[in-house]
Write a protein that binds this ligand. Structure first.
Ligand SMILES: [Zn+2]
Length: 405
């Protein structure tokens, strides 16, 4: 069965200028030519873009408020994740790379149609050294696992030393990871570690990347400090997440290795609005916001490859597309912003043979937008229809009434 979406300005995700014409969908894939008896959908005056890829989400994190997290039963978290996934899909995001908190069951539930949502490529848990960004220990002596609790299927990912890191990678692979996430520097939302410190040594990172590679997985590295970025890139990670304090030396190394940067500009800004946050964390967030955009401009000018990630969960769910406008105001041209959430993102995920562009043979993941898709401000309100594998799954024209609630 062939369907032709006729008359829209089609942005194919490669960065080429939009072409007004037919988008042909055949058997869930983008087709090359329409046959005579194809059914025609008139989408004239609209824009069509590939299904967007958010390379950094935390779909199981409903809020940053520790009191609310502390008082929320785990089962409710999972049910709320179903709603978050649907909200994310309605934004035209058809694939996410989850950076910690989503076990294999979340990805499975979407893949099997239990809930509607973007395809989930999950890191399961964020690996962190003792005292690192994802170590839940607090000065009270409490294990403050409010954000990412342990439960069957969710390994404890605090580990040290090459041997310890190999073991935890194996546990995460065993638990069904699609990608390995590691915190190399301290972070902004965690009070006992400093984003300016590199907390893993080269031998530890090399062991981790090697072990992930042996299982066919790429590594995404949370890293702010230049020393952390450098160590991670040398070890062979696929992407640096955040990169707030990136400098000339770390930029040059990323260009040399072709490492992606996923800036997550909106995350630290959103964190400033969390009134209950720890004062040390707030101070770190203020400092980060101040320098992040300046440093990103330097990376851009040097030719570092950029992929879009909202850090949703740390930024509010449903606001993922704010990152597109943030990237544009940080100096990416608009076609480059779209690429960062389509073809470049697909390349980072190692999925560019399947998703990220609207070339013949690719999965028919696409979004129909009312107005110009490159006009990112207010884009979330102009998503008319979202398709995965050629099937209407979300957007304003999706009929929610037959969904079970
Ligand atoms: Zn994150």
């Amino acid at each position: 069965m062939t369907t032709v979406y006729r008359g829209a300005a089609v942005h194919d995700g490669t960065g080429a200028p939009p072409v007004i014409g037919d988008l042909v969908v055949e058997g869930g894939r983008i087709g090359a030519h329409a046959d005579q008896d194809a059914s025609v959908v008139d989408v004239s005056g609209r824009g069509i873009i590939p299904g967007l890829i958010d390379c950094h989400t935390h779909v199981t994190l409903p809020t940053l408020d520790p009191l609310r997290l502390m008082n929320t039963p785990l089962s409710r978290r999972f049910l709320e994740t179903g709603r978050t996934l649907a909200t994310t899909l309605d934004l035209g995001i058809t694939t996410v790379r989850d950076a910690g908190g989503a076990d294999a069951g979340i990805a499975q539930a979407v893949a099997d149609g239990v809930v509607r949502g973007p395809r989930v490529r999950t890191a399961i848990a964020m690996i962190s050294p003792t005292g690192g960004h994802a170590d839940p220990w607090r000065l009270s002596g409490t294990d403050a696992r409010w954000h990412f609790p342990l439960y069957p299927g969710m390994p404890d990912a605090v580990a040290d030393g090459p041997v310890g890191l190999r073991r935890v990678v194996r546990e995460i692979v065993r638990a069904g990871a699609d990608v390995v996430k590691v915190a190399v520097s301290g972070g902004i939302s965690s009070p006992r570690d400093d984003p300016r410190h590199c907390q893993l040594r080269q031998d530890e990172l090399s062991a981790l990347v090697e072990e992930a590679g042996a299982a066919g997985l790429r590594v995404m590295a949370h890293a702010h400090a230049p020393a952390a970025i450098i160590a991670a890139v040398r070890a062979g990670v696929a992407s640096i997440e955040h990169g707030v304090f990136i400098d000339e030396e770390s930029i040059a190394l990323m260009v040399e290795h072709g490492t992606f940067l996923v800036p997550t500009l909106t995350a630290a800004r959103a964190f400033l609005e969390v009134s209950s946050a720890d004062p040390d964390s707030l101070a770190q967030a203020r400092e980060a916001v101040a320098v992040h955009e300046t440093n990103l401009r330097r990376a851009l000018a040097a030719g570092v490859r950029i992929a879009m990630g909202s850090d949703s969960g740390f930024s509010p769910h449903g606001r993922n597309l704010d990152e597109l406008e943030a990237l544009a105001s940080a100096g990416l041209d608009r076609a480059q912003v779209l690429r960062s959430a389509t073809s470049a993102a697909a390349e980072l995920l190692g999925a560019d043979h399947e998703i990220g562009t609207l070339r013949p043979g690719m999965r028919a993941d696409f979004t129909v937008v009312n107005g110009d898709p490159l006009d990112f401000a207010g884009l979330a309100d102009r998503i008319e229809a979202v398709y995965q594998d050629g099937v209407l799954v979300g957007g304003a024209s999706f009929d929610n009434s037959n969904e079970e609630h």
